[in-house]
Design a protein around this ligand. Structure first.
Ligand code: HEM
Length: 233
């Protein structure tokens, strides 16, 4: 029963909330869709933290596509052995995860250490940052790095991968997840919860391709110091 709920019903609840929420927000609350910059409030830590986080998460995302969405048969057909896949996943995924984690930590410390940013940070931003931090910490330190060092290789391409593809094709098989290590299951369950809160947070910008960004006039950020007169305006 519990497995049926967690791996068949719960994923559709979260994904339905995500899709319905995105449609609702797009239709009725499009103003505010995005992640308005806070660069004007603090620049230095944002530049480092945001760059590291975004580059890291893009590579971690590519890693998830390679490990979860692409079936193991494709690798077999291409002659990529388990060992070859695994070493790439641990080294590549480990580096991507660490870069993401460091970036995220900088972004969290930045919000905690600047009064003006604290005032701009609401419950939804804190929830997003905390959820991302827990998911990325589990993924990087407990799964990709920790599990491989302490326990050994876990072949999620035979369990989590087919299960997730089953969810996407409306044939989820709960038994595939029943014996997955607990920490992997927690990572997946929290990620599904994160998907559900996307429409209600700044994470909506994930679904926006910033095409116009390349063509629009740059936004000017100016210091409060008036350099002509040496005074604060
Ligand atoms: C249902 C969705 C998800 C599934 C099935 C999933 C599955 C996995 C698996 C199996 C690993 C271990 C990879 C390895 O050791 O080679 C992993 C690692 C990781 N996951 Fe996820 N994950 C999901 C969602 C997310 C989300 C939403 C985030 C972040 C926002 C995330 C961040 C990470 C990170 C940073 C790592 C470590 C680096 C890496 O190996 O890519 N995951 N995930």
């Amino acid at each position: 029963m519990i497995h049926q709920f967690l791996w068949v019903i719960y994923p559709y609840i979260t994904l339905t909330i995500m899709i319905a929420g995105l449609l609702y927000r797009y239709t009725y609350k499009q103003i505010g869709w995005g992640a308005p910059s806070t660069e004007i409030l603090e620049k230095k830590m944002l530049r480092t933290g945001s760059m590291l986080f975004h580059y890291g998460i893009i590579f971690a995302f590519i890693g998830h596509v390679m490990g979860i969405l692409i079936p193991i048969g494709v690798y077999d057909a291409l002659g990529v052995s388990d060992a070859m896949y695994h070493i790439n996943a641990v080294v590549g995924g480990g580096i991507a995860g660490l870069v993401t984690w460091i970036g995220l930590l900088i972004l969290i410390v930045r919000r905690l250490s600047h009064r003006r940013l604290q005032l701009k940070t609401g419950r939804s931003e804190w929830t997003t940052l905390l959820a991302l931090f827990i998911i990325v910490t589990i993924g990087t330190f407990f799964m990709t790095i920790g599990y491989n060092i302490l326990v050994g290789q876990y072949n999620y391409r035979l369990t989590i991968g087919p299960w997730f593809r089953g969810v996407l094709t409306f044939h989820p098989d709960a038994s595939l997840m029943a014996d997955a290590p607990l920490i992997f299951r927690i990572h997946v369950l929290l990620s599904l919860a994160l998907f559900a809160i996307i429409p209600f947070t700044k994470l909506v910008h994930f679904f926006t391709l910033p095409i116009r960004y390349a063509f629009r006039a740059p936004i000017q950020y100016r210091s409060r110091v008036n350099y002509d007169k040496g005074k604060i305006r």
